[in-house]
Design a protein around this ligand. Structure first.
Ligand SMILES: [Zn+2]
Length: 299
């Protein structure tokens, strides 16, 4: 899944293919940025598509077939989900009224493929680098997405994204921020996340230099504290009962978050899925997620 054609999202595809066989390539269609590094990485990606595999362009409302998971597309190519998902649709009238729009973003960020990933009763939201005005369309005048266990902070936690009404609407219990030491992790964004009603933890890939002592999460929840970083990663393991554990590879911190209501999914006992939030060693840039299906591991 290529969210958009910036080098921190598609630039690693050739290297990834050297390590893993990939059969399916999913994206939002042609790049709207046709110069500079975006054009270069887009051309390299097009060369890979020509070599084979299945190429699929998605739009909001589509689902991606991954065994055991439900993956719903909510944004692509600048189009946002038009109608609320089942169980969503809560009006956000007061908060939408406070929204201050910005100049429209003509670039690739606004075209990101955004998705909801569900496993059993667990829900995670990942909107890639979708920007401010597009976020508004997803939750105003009513929240089309519903609430989440985990929200992968948009756009590395930079303040071109992460409008307060979005965070309030989707109300995650846990936030994961894929920031670098000097990329994303904006102090004002960090505060918006921290102020989310019901939020329990923030996990970060890096200590944000800009955030300083006040606007970073506690040390145990930060994967990389040095600049340049060591490329430490966070791993989230989700069980089919909806509970999930985050693990920090730097210091072995782990924390389990349980669902408040108790339930059991017949036939799914013991199944799990794991997400790795990683960063390129030394670069301070971080965007890749590796999703592994427990069934594949056990095979
Ligand atoms: Zn990015």
């Amino acid at each position: 899944m290529v969210t958009h054609y910036h080098d921190d999202h598609v630039g690693g595809v050739p290297q990834l293919l050297e390590k893993l066989p990939v059969r399916n390539f999913i994206d939002h269609g042609p790049s709207v940025e046709t110069t500079g590094s975006t054009a270069e990485v887009f051309a390299a990606y097009q060369d890979i598509l020509k070599k084979g595999g299945i190429h699929r362009v998605v739009k909001p409302g589509d689902t991606i077939p991954v065994k055991g998971l439900t993956v719903k597309i909510v944004s692509a190519n600048g189009e946002m989900l038009a109608t609320p998902l089942p169980g969503a649709g809560q009006p956000m009238t007061a908060d939408c009224g406070k929204f201050q729009g910005r100049r429209d973003d003509p670039g690739e960020n606004a075209r990101c493929v955004g998705m909801i990933i569900e496993f059993g009763n667990f829900r995670m939201l990942d909107l890639g680098d979708v920007t401010w005005n597009k976020e508004f369309d997803l939750v105003c005048p009513a929240n089309k997405l519903g609430k989440f266990d985990v929200f992968l902070a948009s756009h590395h936690g930079v303040n071109q994204s992460n409008t307060p009404v979005l965070w309030k609407a989707v109300a995650p219990r846990v936030a994961v921020m894929e920031n670098g030491a000097r990329k994303g992790g904006s102090p004002d964004t960090w505060q918006i996340i921290r102020d989310t009603p019901g939020l329990e933890d923030i996990w970060q890939l890096h200590f944000s230099v800009e955030g300083g002592k006040e606007k970073n999460t506690a040390d145990p929840f930060i994967a990389n504290v040095d600049d340049p970083c060591e490329g430490k990663w966070l791993r989230m393991t989700v069980k089919s009962d909806g509970s999930y554990t985050l693990f920090n590879s730097r210091n072995n911190t782990r924390r389990l978050t349980r669902k408040s209501s108790c339930y059991f999914l017949p036939g799914a006992a013991g199944a799990w899925v794991s997400f790795v939030f990683s960063s390129e060693s030394g670069s301070g840039v971080s965007a890749s997620n590796l999703i592994s299906d427990s069934a594949e591991y056990l095979r």
